[in-house]
Design a protein around this ligand. Structure first.
Ligand SMILES: Cc1ncc(COP(=O)(O)O)c(C=O)c1O
Length: 384
């Protein structure tokens, strides 16, 4: 059996053709494909504005700056995420406060966040960064209410969940990143994600002023709107008004993104099919502690199963060329965050989850016989 990774990109001839055409055009960076990608993505998510950037980490960084996080500001997030979610707070000089997950959903537990907020004077915390971990949408309606009570902003980290949604209290689908209940959301176009640009990221928002600020910050803080320049020395004149970065996405990456976006729903359907096959295979198995299962609106970036003897299974699968992976090492236990006092025992649900979790192969081009091989190999391991 050939190597089976936990996730991989899906590149077609159409994708390759789209990139080639852009490489032959007049624009390599920030040309017409970028604007088209932003508009197509915004439409797909159901939000007014989308700002493309060089990767998901850059998207988080720009949001942290746009929300004015500064030295000592406290921001709450989950430990079960990729480090970048927390790091953006540090880039801006803020303090990361990790709050434990719900052991059933693996998402930031709203009750824990509420307890945290109640235990400190109002105004202590500035914002929350919930993560649609594995592709499961956070109930942002509930988080919105809580955030309003404490005057907090929300950045939704939706890197795992383009096309994912939760049902709100009126029974309406709320798509991840649609900005209905948050100030902004961010996405990544890393190869294992639903839409791959190689590297790439997107920020979505319904706030026009915020979207303009993000566009400026993406390009060195240079004012993009002519009418808002303070001076005018002549037709050559551009004006840097604040300290920004070069976080641009190239036009050929945007062309790849547009092409990928056309197949996004087909990819989602396939991911959901794979999830339901895993669910059936692992239901009632004695070695399964908990599994993701079939959940409405889940975008299945990952299919996580909590296994007893996870470490032994991990080794066995890797020996068999099945590269299942652990997502994630709790971020508060990273040496960088330990220096701020975080330690084992601080977030018991996240730490327990980490001991058992394994992300099984999940990507649209995973073949049925490959998935069967994964399932059979796991069964074989526990029969030993
Ligand atoms: C939840 C989450 N947030 C942020 C990021 C950062 O995205 P990128 O790798 O595009 O910088 C990732 C990507 O791995 C992620 O999984």
């Amino acid at each position: 059996m050939k190597r089976i990774p936990y996730g991989r990109q899906y590149i077609t001839d159409e994708d390759i053709q789209a990139v080639i055409e852009t490489l032959k055009s007049d624009y390599l960076t920030q040309g017409p494909k970028l604007a088209q990608f932003e508009q197509t993505f915004a439409k797909y998510i159901g939000v007014k504005y989308a700002v493309a950037v060089s990767n998901g980490t850059a998207a988080l960084h720009l949001c942290a700056l746009a929300f004015g996080i500064k030295e000592g500001d406290k921001v709450i997030t989950t430990p079960i995420t990729f480090s970048a979610t927390a790091n953006c707070v540090r880039y801006a000089g803020g303090e990361v406060v990790f709050s434990d997950i719900d052991p059933e959903t693996y998402l930031l537990d709203i009750q824990n966040v509420r307890n945290l907020l109640e235990n400190y004077p109002k105004g202590t915390f500035k914002g929350i960064i919930p993560v649609d971990f594995a592709g499961r949408a956070v109930d942002l309606e509930a988080f919105h209410q809580l955030a309003d009570e404490y005057a907090l902003w929300i950045i939704e980290d939706a890197c795992h969940a383009p096309g994912g949604y939760f049902m709100d209290s009126k029974g309406v689908k709320q798509y991840c990143g649609n900005g209905k209940h948050t100030e902004s959301a961010i996405f990544s176009f890393h190869p294992v994600k639903h839409i791959a640009c190689g590297e790439g990221g997107m920020i979505t928002t319904n706030n026009e002023i915020l979207s303009n600020k993000l566009r400026n910050l993406r390009t060195h803080g240079i004012q993009q709107i002519p009418g808002l320049k303070q001076f005018n020395h002549g037709p050559w004149y551009y004006e840097m008004q604040e300290l920004g970065f070069n976080y641009r996405l190239t036009d050929f990456q945007a062309a790849l993104g547009i092409s990928q976006l056309q197949r996004a729903n087909i990819g989602l359907e396939r991911r959901r099919e794979i999830a339901s096959i895993y669910e059936k295979a692992f239901t009632g198995k004695s070695y399964v502690i908990r599994q993701t299962g079939v959940i409405i609106g889940h975008a299945y970036h990952l299919y996580v199963v909590e296994f007893s003897d996870r470490n032994g299974l991990y080794d066995y699968l890797h020996e068999t060329n099945i590269f299942a992976q652990v997502h994630y090492i709790p971020v508060h236990l990273m040496p960088y965050y330990r220096q701020f006092g975080w330690k084992e025992g601080d977030l018991p649900h996240a730490e327990k989850y980490y001991n058992n979790c394994l992300s099984l192969p999940m990507y649209p081009t995973l073949k049925n016989d490959e998935q069967n091989f994964v399932i059979e190999t796991i069964e074989r391991y526990y029969r030993k």
